[in-house]
Design a protein around this ligand. Structure first.
Ligand code: 13P
Length: 254
């Protein structure tokens, strides 16, 4: 953790969730008690179809919502796309961009991710920009260089600390049950903060929340959240279970 930074635990539901699953969000809200509220911010990023009802269900809970992706375009003839303004209109405060599943399955490169982050900012959303290396890149000793290049290409210049979140998600740790060692996470997060200073300036970089994501569970959350420069978590599978998501939030609250 970075003592001066208020941590954020965000749940990425991915392509999971029907109306009945809004109960997960309300259960999280019930468990977000005064002690947790004092210590950690929470956000839930449901599929776009649930963004409006989830945001409505969470009014008064102090739990934010977010989109999982947005168009680079503001509006127009782009069938199937969802703009950042639409996400904001549905109640979102955040938008995940550049998730590895978008980079890999939808061929999104750094320039697209950066354009999406800029589109999110124009709609006053806080982009959660995802970066992370593959297993092969880590084994080849290239993890730091790969993430440095992703940051350089994906993070818009001139953002302040409150307008940007970075999520380090090693591709090989997503949905696999595998996690990097605490030492590897510490090395990567220190490197990310250093690299960010070159993009947004030293003062902003010092305050940006750097989330770790990839197989975060109640059983490993405390160890991961205690690593220097880890300011919260981006949680996939475990965010679909209210009790597990809350347990991760408690681990983050310390
Ligand atoms: P898991 O927590 O299921 O590994 O997913 C991580 C992730 O991709 C969050 O964005």
């Amino acid at each position: 953790m970075t003592r001066s930074i208020r941590p954020l635990v965000a749940g990425n539901w991915k392509m999971n969730g029907l109306k009945a699953d809004l109960a997960i969000a309300t259960e999280v809200a019930r468990g977000y008690d005064a002690a947790l509220k004092a210590a950690v911010d929470l956000a839930i990023c449901p599929p776009a179809t649930l963004l409006f009802p989830a945001s409505a269900a969470l009014i008064g809970s102090r739990i934010a919502t977010g989109g999982q992706d947005c168009s680079v375009q503001p509006s127009g003839a782009f069938t199937g796309e969802v703009s950042a303004a639409m996400l904001a209109d549905a109640g979102a405060a955040f938008c995940i961009v550049g998730h590895s599943e978008r980079r890999t399955l939808h061929g999104e490169g750094n320039a697209t991710v950066r354009a999406k982050a800029e589109a999110a900012r124009k709609a006053l959303l806080v982009p959660i920009i995802c970066v992370g290396e593959t297993r092969e890149e880590r084994e080849a000793g290239k993890a730091l260089a790969v993430v440095r290049k992703q940051l350089k290409g994906s993070v818009p210049e001139g953002l302040d600390a409150a307008s940007l979140v970075i999520a380090y998600e090693p591709v090989w740790a997503i949905g696999t049950g595998l996690t990097p060692t605490a030492d590897d996470v510490a090395e990567m997060h220190a490197s990310i903060r250093w690299d960010l200073a070159r993009i947004v300036g030293k003062a902003a970089a010092a305050g940006v929340r750097l989330l770790y994501g990839g197989s975060v569970k109640p059983s490993n959350a405390a160890e991961l959240m205690n690593v220097a420069n880890v300011d919260g978590a981006l949680v996939g599978g475990a965010s679909l279970k209210a009790e597990e998501f809350l347990a991760i939030a408690r681990a983050c609250a310390g």
